[in-house]
Write a protein that binds this ligand. Structure first.
Ligand code: S3P
Length: 425
């Protein structure tokens, strides 16, 4: 696929439902009592793996529409033993591992080549401490989990700032004999906590920890999933980069633990306005308008990383168009995403004309306020890198050819069509 340069991105758009919240609606719905109707479900490769995954464990899920489904909960200990193919989804593998740790029976979790290369000891260790038997394959998938009906509550501080690890422990904690605490020095996305609270779980939160009391039962009303901020991000960044753009997103999830990119865009000089703020089912939602500005370099460190972890490849592209040297550090986690995103971004943007260097935990980027030349980028099977290539193409002089562009459908089927619909050439 080739993406040609754009003159502007203009319009009003709604992006598909949030992937993180969609996964959680299906998983928490499966552990609940009765039916949960999920509106605005973000159907994509990853979330379909979650639907198929809970079906494989005996949960009935009705597909009402592409973006609507009904999950028939089986209760906190009602999942059947079985095998689940988690596909490309780290969120599914890690959260499901937590959900099955307190169930009876043996569960096998497998994934594709990329997922099988990602670290799983980070969830295996706390789940073992809670009393489950977790076998990994040299620290990776395939995983075999023998659940325990007698899990213990623990206090655990994950080494990496990871919402997936936190969520795995909390979901296991639902079936533990006492309270479970996750300590996090840098806060990560809190969709699990918000949805468990909405389902009636007792949760205490401080700035640096979350404590969950074991639950007797979960009852979730209908879930309305807001637009996925991470799916909006490539379009937000394209609008900030291409002069003359004016793009507005409606019904967009703006949970502050996800929207670090907005703060970065503003301090780099783009014009951002957030309006019509409200809450939908516990999650903050708003409209967001973005217009370009003269971009300047910035600095991003560990404290800011979780709030924009999936958007950092896009920040590297912004930085190549921003006057001065941008430094991103404290982001070593990028090395264990769907691919090593530190190297994928450096190897991807440099041939397009960017002056970018990898650090162990980020990049330095020297930017100038001018278009990159363009060229070819390899998505390396990573949806976020494919979408990065598309934005780079719009903002380039000669366009960008994306190898493996189809992988965008892992999180955002219809991405290229939506992008074209707002692009003027
Ligand atoms: C996610 C958490 C993040 C993020 C991923 C989705 C989630 O991973 O990168 O795309 O839904 O909890 P980590 O929490 O492992 O950093």
């Amino acid at each position: 696929m080739r993406v040609e340069p754009a003159v502007a991105l203009v319009g009003h758009i709604v992006v598909p439902g949030d992937k993180s919240i969609s996964h959680r609606a299906v998983l928490i719905g499966a552990l609940g009592e009765g039916e949960v109707r999920v509106h605005g479900f973000g159907r994509a490769g990853d979330t379909q793996s979650t639907v198929d995954g809970v079906r494989a464990l005996g949960v009935e899920v009705e597909d009402v529409a592409d973006d609507e489904l009904v999950v028939h909960g089986v209760g906190l200990r009602g999942l059947h033993a079985g095998s689940v193919d988690c596909g490309n989804s780290g969120t599914l593998m890690r959260l499901l591992a937590g959900a099955v740790a307190g169930q009876n029976g043996e569960f096998a979790l497998t994934g594709d080549e990329s997922l099988s290369a990602r670290p799983m000891e980070r969830i295996a260790a706390p789940l073992r401490q809670m009393g489950a038997t977790v076998e990994t394959t040299d620290g990776h998938a395939p995983l075999v989990i023998r659940g325990s009906g007698a899990l213990r509550g623990v206090e655990f501080e994950p080494e990496a700032a990871s919402a997936q690890v936190k969520s795995a422990i909390l979901l296991a904690g639902l079936n533990a004999g006492g309270p479970t605490t996750v300590v996090e020095r840098i806060p990560t996305r809190d969709h699990t906590e918000l949805m468990l609270e909405a389902a009636g779980a007792r949760i205490r939160r401080s700035t640096s920890s979350v404590t969950l009391e074991p639950a007797a039962a979960l009852r979730l009303d209908a879930v309305v999933v807001p637009g996925d901020f991470s799916s909006a991000a490539p379009l937000l960044v394209a609008a900030a980069l291409v002069p003359g753009s004016d793009l507005t997103f409606h019904d967009l999830g703006v949970n502050p633990r996800r929207t670090g990119l907005l703060a970065v865009l503003e301090r780099m000089g783009a014009r951002v306005s957030v309006f019509d703020r409200r809450r939908v089912g516990g999650e903050p939602v708003a409209s967001v308008q973005v217009q370009p500005g003269e971009l300047v370099a910035t600095e991003i460190g560990a404290a800011e990383v979780p709030a924009l972890v999936d958007e950092l490849p896009l920040v590297a592209l912004l930085a190549s168009h921003a006057r001065g040297e941008t430094r991103v550090s404290g982001a070593r986690e990028l090395r264990v995403k769907e691919t090593d995103r530190i190297e994928a971004v450096t190897d991807g943007l440099r041939p397009l004309g960017a002056r970018i260097h990898s650090l162990d935990d980020g990049w330095t980027v020297t930017g100038v306020p001018a278009r990159l030349r363009g060229g070819r980028i390899d998505a390396r099977g990573d949806h976020r890198i494919a979408m990065l290539g598309a934005v780079a193409g719009l903002a380039s002089r000669e366009g960008v050819a994306i190898e493996g562009a189809d992988t965008a459908a892992i999180s955002f089927p219809g991405f290229y069509e939506l992008l074209e619909s707002v692009t003027r050439r």
